[in-house]
Design a protein around this ligand. Structure first.
Ligand SMILES: [Mn+2]
Length: 308
């Protein structure tokens, strides 16, 4: 059936090793399996040493029907970086600030900014669906959020690809399209109650937390916060109102990437798996896959990985 692969971030050597480990073979330049397909969870680029090769492997597999793929926030950002703002000539939909350049510089150097190869990769990134809702499973880069999936409907086509005009609409802050892309591709953020706040590692004051959206039950802000351990005591143990979390209907399993997990891979819940095990991290992460055979309850035994 499907082998889902988490965020590769330019680690093509590990990608090839993972494919080999799952009995895929390179035939006529295309990695393939005689009876299974890969689903990539997005974030092919930024950070790693072999980003062009990573995109080429995935793109060839998708073109030949050997894989599916969804868009990660890094592909979304790569397109927005390359698109001039139609309302402000000389500016781009993703501003060319030092911070944004820092995140994207390795890709721009490896591909050659403005080259034919760069344009061709951007055109492919634009074709990546925002999410997949298949008969047996669901796939999105960061957060399966029914309200935001409904909201993104007017910005995508029947293949769930962003419409040409949607790039401008989904990069303008404080708009419906922007909020939907933020949640689906970058994760659920929730505001802290009252005056609660904390300072992130770059000393920025934060009044929102990135939330463990997959958790269910009676939970507090601290239970849900994805923050570094040195600031966790700044997050209050106040209950979170139940309507703030999307909940999950558990009708089908859902697969995400994005969250820089560590340790022994395991499901987030019976029906939700994250496959980003920090291959591009500084402390030797893993490139991780899940071999899905249609089961409704996800299992620790179905993970496969290679070390960085
Ligand atoms: Mn991501």
């Amino acid at each position: 059936m499907y082998d889902l692969i988490g965020d590769v971030h330019g680690h093509a050597a590990e990608l090839k090793n993972l494919l080999k480990k799952m009995d895929y073979r390179e035939i006529d330049g295309i990695w393939q399996h005689f009876e299974r397909k890969v689903i990539f969870l997005g974030d092919f680029v930024d950070r790693g040493p072999e980003q062009v090769e990573t995109v080429t492997i995935a793109r060839n597999m998708v073109n030949k029907g050997k894989a599916l793929a969804v868009m990660g926030n890094h592909e979304f950002n790569a397109v927005a970086w390359s698109k001039e703002d139609p309302q402000i000539p000389g500016e781009f939909l993703r501003p060319h600030t030092d911070k944004n350049l820092g995140q994207h510089q390795a890709f721009l150097e490896q591909v050659g900014e403005g080259s034919e190869l760069h344009h061709s990769m951007i055109e492919w990134f634009k074709t990546l669906p925002v999410y997949l809702d298949l008969p047996d499973l669901r796939v999105v880069h960061a957060c399966w959020h029914p309200e935001q999936i409904a909201a993104i409907a007017r910005y995508i086509n029947a293949k769930n690809q962003l419409l040409p005009e949607a790039w401008e609409q989904t990069t303008r802050k404080n708009t419906e399209g922007y909020e939907a892309i933020e949640t689906l591709l970058k994760g659920l953020e929730i505001p802290l109650p009252g005056d609660h706040h904390f300072f992130d590692k770059d000393k920025n004051k934060r009044t929102n937390i990135r939330a463990k959206w997959w958790r269910q039950g009676e939970l507090t802000y601290r239970d849900l916060a994805m923050v570094s351990s040195n600031v966790i005591d700044k997050i209050p143990h106040e209950p979170v109102a139940s309507h703030i979390l999307p909940g999950y209907d558990c009708e089908k399993p859902v697969f995400v990437g994005h969250y820089w997990m560590s340790g022994e891979p395991k499901p987030l819940s019976d029906h939700i798996v994250c496959l980003d095990y920090s291959i591009a991290g500084n402390h030797g992460g893993k490139l991780c896959a899940y071999r899905f055979d249609g089961e409704n309850t996800l299992s620790c035994n179905k993970f496969v990985w290679v070390e960085a």
